[in-house]
Design a protein around this ligand. Structure first.
Ligand code: SAM
Length: 280
């Protein structure tokens, strides 16, 4: 038994600190500690790792991460009302939890973390998607983190792991799968949260590859993929018209038929196209 086991239930913590959920902050809390420990385990072996947690709220997942042995957790929470509850957790795990009151979208956590670093979060979905894209598109690879274990609404999770030909296949799948192994590791119904959101959720685990799966310049690949899927129903020779003057030749050189649509083209051929476009 550790002092973490002696902390009050999350329902009592929420009542004691008056943490009524705020819609504006996307607050749908996880109160079942078995569930939060299970999510923490999906992040892999935490024992030698620093964990960056975004949006700890009343601290259910934070407790799971500490119970599963994280060396140190840095938790960034925008809502100052949550700080006293998180302070109680910090006292039960001396030296292992640092809580900062900040907006994760405007905060650089790097100076506060030591490698290896894993990122785990149950965030509002709009913030989560924006952070995911930032974490996937640094100028250099490998990134500062080893893995991302993130809760998303089910439809976004499907877009991250989608394969060519699937309705959900697009920019998010290509960005994620170019430099990571990505898989859905858990599905959660709305009732798992308090209050329940309108949609189902899923946890996605992404582990950073040592190098991108196929060579390509990150900026060119991002531009080509964004433009190709911007008009996903169009043939690629039309959708990519402005990308290069001889785009048909470049598509053919990359093994893509100019009449193909973006949703049928796999990652390897998008990377070949990005290399062809970068040659100028
Ligand atoms: N992790 C907790 C859990 O699983 O019960 C809370 C999850 S709740 C879906 C999202 C949390 O993220 C809330 O505590 C909210 O205040 C916080 N949050 C929202 N926007 C944020 C931001 N931009 N930066 C940091 N935290 C944010």
């Amino acid at each position: 038994m550790s002092a973490l086991d002696d902390l009050p239930s999350l329902a009592r913590v929420i009542a004691a600190h008056g943490l009524s959920a705020r819609k504006s902050l996307g607050q749908n809390f996880l109160l079942d500690l078995n569930l939060t420990s299970k999510i923490a385990r999906q992040a892999g072996d935490l024992s030698g790792c620093d964990v960056l947690e975004i949006g700890p709220g009343p601290g259910g997942l934070t407790r799971g991460l500490l119970m599963e042995g994280a060396r140190h957790v840095l938790a960034i929470e925008k809502d100052a009302r949550c700080l006293p509850a998180l302070q109680e957790i910090a006292e039960a795990a001396p030296g292992r939890l640092t809580v900062l009151n900040a907006d994760a979208l405007g905060f650089d956590p790097l100076g506060h973390l030591a490698s290896p670093i894993r990122i785990v979060a149950n965030l509002p979905y709009n913030v989560g998607t924006e952070l995911l894209i930032r974490w996937l598109t640094p100028p250099d690879w490998p990134p500062f983190w080893q893995s991302l274990t993130l809760m998303f609404q089910r439809e976004v999770a499907d877009r991250i792991v989608a394969r060519p030909g699937a309705k959900a296949y697009g920019r998010l799948a290509l960005l994620a799968q170019w430099r990571c192994d990505a898989r859905i590791v858990m599905h959660l119904p709305p009732e798992a949260f308090t209050p329940p959101p309108k949609v189902s959720s899923a946890v996605v685990h992404l582990s950073a590859l040592p190098a991108p799966r196929y060579p390509a310049d990150a900026r060119v690949l991002e531009r080509v993929v964004a433009q190709a899927f911007n008009q996903r129903r169009k043939m690629l020779r039309a959708a990519l018209k402005g990308v290069a003057p001889d785009i048909e030749d470049r598509l053919i050189a990359a093994g893509i038929k100019p009449t193909d649509r973006a949703e049928t083209v796999d990652l390897e051929r998008f990377c070949a196209l990005a290399r062809g476009v970068a040659e100028g």
